[in-house]
Design a protein around this ligand. Structure first.
Ligand SMILES: [Zn+2]
Ligand SMILES: [Zn+2]
Length: 281
């Protein structure tokens, strides 16, 4: 099951199989905005590869009590340690290969890069490479390696983060990195009452954060943060002058559907382009 799927069940596709909502919405997006069709098709292939593995993941056992976890959180320590994540290395290898093949098929990477990524997937040192990626001190310089490992590790990170969230709440975390896996946010959600939640790019956990401040450098001077929105107001972007980075958001006050991260990342590609254009002026 894909955790980001929520709300009413997806409508059946033309085939007999019921597709997850992310895929249904990505297909609809590609029809509405043909310029996004190639990116949507790539995203669908990546989701499909991960879904096959997700179906056979067992629920990890985490020994720490809610009290222990809460003490850690109030001390500002993210919860997940590499050793706690129950990777099935055969499946991680399989996913590394499949995700690489998808990227190659969609011509995101060249043949030499694909060969280098395949070699990482086959190598006996793969667990060390994944650890370096998880702990954010990567040892290898290969184009798209972070992305490939992100997709290959996500089922395990997500499942472990889900188990943690059944025990503790991340509502009051308020920091700039993910309370589960310590990664930076990749997206955000503006809630019905105008609060902001950040969304982890790795494990997709969400946590509350100051609605104005930059989640990358902490700048909270409103006059130094510029904001743009799509014409329908559904998506916004906040661009921080001091650090030059920006974060996109789904404004749930302007839409009837919840965040579908895989879809919203693609649907907001025109916003990335707009930010790039504005920065080059
Ligand atoms: Zn995370
Ligand atoms: Zn900033």
């Amino acid at each position: 099951m894909i955790p980001s799927v929520s709300g009413p069940p997806s409508p059946p596709s033309s085939g007999s199989r019921v597709q997850p909502r992310d895929i249904v919405e990505l297909k609809a997006l590609a029809e509405r905005q043909p310029e996004l069709a190639p990116a949507a098709a790539l995203q669908i292939d990546l989701i499909e590869a991960v879904r096959r593995v997700q179906g056979r993941i067992t629920t990890p056992w985490i020994e720490a009590s809610a009290d222990t976890l809460n003490v850690r959180l109030s001390g500002g320590q993210p919860l997940l340690e590499f050793a706690q994540i129950a990777f099935d290395w055969n499946d991680v290898r399989l996913l590394t290969r499949q995700v690489t093949d998808v990227l190659r098929r969609h011509e995101v990477i060249d043949a030499a890069t694909a060969a280098a990524l395949h070699a990482v997937g086959r190598s006996p040192t793969l667990p060390d490479v994944v650890r370096g990626w998880f702990e954010q001190h990567p040892a290898l310089e290969i184009d798209m390696l972070d992305e490939v490992l992100g997709w290959a590790a996500r089922p395990y990170l997500q499942r472990t983060a889900e188990v943690l969230q059944q025990r503790v709440s991340f509502d009051r975390w308020g920091r700039r990195v993910c309370p589960a896996c310590a990664a930076e946010p990749e997206f955000s959600v503006i809630t019905m009452n105008g609060d902001r939640q950040l969304v982890c790019g790795r494990c997709h956990v969400r946590w509350g954060y100051n609605a104005i401040a930059c989640p990358y450098c902490g700048n909270d001077d409103r006059t130094r943060i510029r904001s743009m929105a799509t014409p329908d107001g559904m998506y916004r972007v906040a661009i921080c002058a001091p650090c030059g980075r920006y974060i996109k958001a789904l404004d749930t006050r302007k839409t009837t559907r919840p965040l579908l991260l895989y879809v919203d990342l693609i649907a907001t590609l025109p916003l990335d382009a707009a930010v790039m254009k504005a920065n080059n002026k």
